[in-house]
Design a protein around this ligand. Sequence first.
Ligand code: NOJ
Length: 759
Amino acid sequence: MPSSRLSRRSAIHALGLATAWSISPLRAGLAAAATRDTPDFIDALVARMTLEEKAGQLTLMASAWGGDRAAGLNPPGGLSDFDKQIEDAVAGRLTGVFNGNGAAMALRLQSAVMERSRLKIPLIFAADVIHGHRTIFPIPVGEVASFEPELAQRTARAAAFEAAGAGIDWTFAPMVDIARDQRWGRAMEGAGEDVLLGRLFAAARVRGFQGDNLAADDAMMACAKHFAAYGAAEAGLDYSTADLSERTLREIYLPPFHAAFAAGCGTTMASFNEIAGVPSTANHWLLTDLLRGEWHFPGVVVSDYTGDMELIAHGVARDGRDAARLAFLAGVDMSMESDLYRLHLPGLVRDGHVPEAAVDRSVRRVLAMKAMVGLFDNPLRRIDPAREAARSRRPETMALAREAARKSIVMVRNQGGVLPLPRASRIALIGPFAAGPHDIIGGWSVYGDDAQGVDLATGLRAAGGHVTVVAGCAIDAPLPGGIAEAVAAARAADVVMLTVGESQDWSGEAQSRAEITVPQAQQQLAEAVAATGKPIVVVLKNGRALALSGAVRNAAAILVTWQLGSESGHAIAEVVYGDHGPQGRLPVSFPYESGQEPYHYDHKTTGRPQPPGPLQPYKAHYHDLPDAALFAFGHGLTYGKITYADLTMDRTTMPWDGTITVSARLTNHGARAAQEVAQLYIHDRVASITRPVRELKAFAKVALAAGETREVRFTLRRADLLFIGLGLTPTVEPGQFDVWIAPSAQDDGVHGTFELLQT
Ligand code: NOJ
């Protein structure tokens, strides 16, 4: 098998990344700051700064304003006194604060700094604006189910409009960690298990947050996090060890970061985890050799919350001073929340352990970032309490929230066409998520308000539905008489809508689950209600893929609804009554059982694959389960009835520098219009490195009226066939490839083969 490697540079070019990166104005600005071309005023400022003031520019603390949900998520630690925080800022001990409480707070801090500080360097205001600010959009993994990166760009743009209106210059988003283990609660924050979706949504969200002009008062700096392999935590336990090959790192976990940087993302956050014994916060190879040396990233690396201090608990630093030294020398420019840089960097420089030139370089990067978001031109650019109120939850933003929520819903089963429901149906709406202002907006909504989320009962009633509501049980406990009341309501109804799943607090940071199942109390409720024989529509609440069983798994219809944000109830009602068809697709595989995790569709064949048919001895299979997903990656039904036919290729050999066009005919045999997501997968039959059974390379959303046939067409080129080869560089090898156009990773759709020819 002849092999031919592309150089890394040509491979990156082939992916179109280098071009985007090199023309990014942000890159130019940040790169200038990292070299001697720094704008004069930044150099002049650095020359006037004391070591203490330099360390201050590298120190970010939680806002001490406190008192709300943001403070609850990020306890302000020792700085519980806002007046003291103002004095720290005025004295140059702070670069800025995060997760504060809006324009009024920012105004007080910024005015004090601009009026009273020695150097008048504006503060930067950061926040976790993850899936909306005041208007809350679906949790990120849910939004990825839309398979519409452009939608994510629009919701990020809208979030930036609201958040920048509230004084926020910098968001700690997007989270671009690939999540292949659904026990890991932060799966909710990313783009799921697939690299292509990860790359496309990372770039889209960066473009949305940053807009066309980062200095505009409706744009904010993005932060691709968590660098890197945070999602590879062993057994899905948040913060835990990741131990993976450099190949997997480069092929699976790093590409979304690269895509974010290519889209102009100017900051990244070092991850909490270690990789193969080296915590990211102290990983010089990752943060400097790769990020700076290989990728030429010119922006700012911020630690995660006390990540530098945690080097002590990891067991690689002796004390706070040692931790600050390790983190800084590894490449962390800015320390979040530990205060270690402020306390120790000046001494480390004076004692010769840290070169002052390195401190200056990090300070220049931070000042350049402040310049790029327009703070030196106008420190109050984003700070205007009147504008904050005027931008909050505007009708057009709420309409976008409803569109995003609707498009994030995935219908994974619809036996007998039970959905959509006629409006006249008498619905027994049963389950702990049926009504009430909880578990609607999703876990990372720091500035969202539970009470403003539309619950399902309200949504169905507003749509003209006939609904009897019974909780039946609490999320994780029975309610006295709950099951009897639910059974009675089911008997009196035409159809049961059963809302079961997870609390929104069970996913997100530090929310790992060993069993990703529906809690027992809800399962018992489901079994009792199913025994009535009424048709059941499950409305699943989930921040990750769940392993469904019993009456939940066997329900006539199942809608995966994640946590959908402000407009949740209205959006679900629109789909349930068929005003809009479901169009979401699973960005994560739903396993049969928790024990399959980590499960991802793009696994390897192994040397002993189980052939189709009865189980054979000494093959790769479980005794008790198919080695497959219950609901596959990419799966999602519509109200149409779609068939795939006639895979056609314009040629069966792809020239080395050429393309191949693959098409198929999609027909909607149903009586209702549909939005089908056609997916193109490949499999490299023979390569020097084992290749996944399938890899998603392209997809397209196709609108099909009832009875309509349309052709869907994709173009593949050599760059689509890259993998990380034996020498750990992007590689393409000639040979045979399978290609499918299919409705999911587990569906045959239509299949063909082609050959890549080496010229
Ligand atoms: C810790 C989280 O890991 C990170 O994603 C977040 O941005 C910071 N806390 C600040 O809230």
